[in-house]
Design a protein around this ligand. Structure first.
Ligand code: SOE
Length: 391
């Protein structure tokens, strides 16, 4: 009989569902030393939170996160709220001695991210940021291959993270378009993932950046509140127009510490691209390509293949000896978006059980925010900026 760990999740919308699904299923597919107990889900709207708790199996529905993070029966606090509340919730949780799992980007400012890192370190609790794409099996495999030298010395990184849900000027306003709440637009929402993937796959740090950002639609209608997922509005029934204070698109060039170079593009305005999170990394001996829209496949070109057999091969990362796959289905029975969340929760729970490190942790999260912030500075200054190092 394994031991248990009591979880409280703050936030009950899109990410709340993805995390709830992970807690529900992780123990059914993976051998766990600590079984999660879904104790409390907390959000502002009492009736909606109760309905969410009933649907997903949370024992209680709460509305005051301060009481929840301090509660004696909570061991792990999972932060699924918009970026502006990550710091106060995570810091209070750490001060109450709770382990903290936090959605990305870690914070809206580097200052907040550093304060969060200091708080979890001081408390000696486990901490992790949910960069879910690291844990798609094909992405974890790409990391293993780069680490093993299978593309040689890494020289160039190309990331494109393209969506189209804001391409229409009448797509509704939501908190994601309010800088005070979201911190930034496509930049923090999507480039954060691309930066994390670049750091994870290459094992390198982004040292200098220069970029540009653009807001194409500067005001949007408030929604009727019927939406769900990315477009859901927090301003139901308000009427009128909301001012967009974040970017719709953000691009930047990067110089890595090793001497490699890279390009990053994030947009919510690319018609036809739904969740086109793609990277291509070229080394001295080969290239790897991954795209979330075909997430089980890793493309691999090796210069070391015989000359008459050169070409990209499509590796289906669905074999039992691919990362995380043995826990699931037979070869060829593909995995999806939700599995990355299950894998993240699995790694976090095992790290808590064994007292071991888990990545990406708050230092990784803060280093990602340092890159995001340096890009924003470069846009204002019109020049290359050096990225601060978070120790
Ligand atoms: C919306 O752009 C969003 O849900 C992001 O917030 C997620 O981090 C990304 O994985 C999918 O798109």
């Amino acid at each position: 009989m394994s031991k248990t760990i009591n979880v409280a999740m703050i936030g009950a919308r899109f990410m709340g569902k993805a995390h709830s699904n992970a807690y529900l299923n992780v123990g059914k597919f993976f051998d766990l030393e600590l079984q999660p107990v879904m104790k409390s889900v907390c959000a502002r709207d009492a009736a909606g939170t109760q309905a969410f708790a009933d649907q997903w199996g949370w024992e209680r529905a709460d509305t005051d996160w301060r009481e929840v993070v301090a509660a004696g029966d909570i061991d792990l606090v999972d932060v699924c709220t918009p970026g502006d509340t990550h710091a106060p919730i995570a810091i209070a949780a750490a001060e109450a001695g709770k382990h903290v799992f936090c959605e990305k980007p870690l914070a809206n400012t580097l200052e907040d991210a550093r304060t969060m890192l200091a708080a979890v370190r001081k408390a000696g609790v486990r901490h992790m940021v949910n960069f879910n794409y690291r844990r798609c099996p094909a992405v974890s495999l790409a990391r293993q291959m780069v680490e093993a030298g299978e593309i040689g010395e890494v020289r160039q990184w190309r990331a494109t993270y393209l969506q189209d849900w804001l391409v229409d000027a009448d797509s509704p306003y939501s908190w994601r378009m309010d800088k005070k709440i979201a911190g930034s637009g496509a930049h923090g929402d999507l480039n954060a993932h691309a930066i994390d993937l670049a750091r994870f796959i290459t094992g390198d740090e982004i040292a200098q950046v220069v970029g540009d950002m653009k807001t194409f639609v500067t005001e949007r209608p408030y929604a009727d509140g019927s939406g769900s997922g990315v477009g859901a509005s927090g301003a139901a029934g308000k009427g009128g127009m909301g001012k967009v204070t974040v970017d719709d698109a953000s691009i930047f060039l990067a110089r890595f510490a090793s001497g490699a170079i890279g390009t990053f593009e994030a947009t919510r305005m690319a018609p036809g691209r739904k969740n086109y999170n793609r990277f291509e990394v070229s080394g001295s001996r080969g290239t790897l390509v991954w795209n979330f829209e075909d997430m089980n496949v890793l493309e691999y070109y090796s210069k070391d293949d015989p000359s008459n057999r050169q070409g990209f091969k499509r590796i289906m990362a669905t074999e039992a000896d691919h990362p995380y796959v043995a826990a699931w289905w037979p070869p060829g029975h593909v995995l999806g978006y939700e599995h990355g969340f299950v894998h993240g929760v699995y790694d976090l729970l095992q790290a808590i059980a064994n007292g071991t490190e888990v990545a990406p942790d708050f230092r990784d999260g803060a280093q990602c925010v340092a890159v995001l912030e340096a890009v924003e500075k470069s846009v204002t200054a019109g020049s290359w900026q050096t990225v601060e190092t978070v120790e």
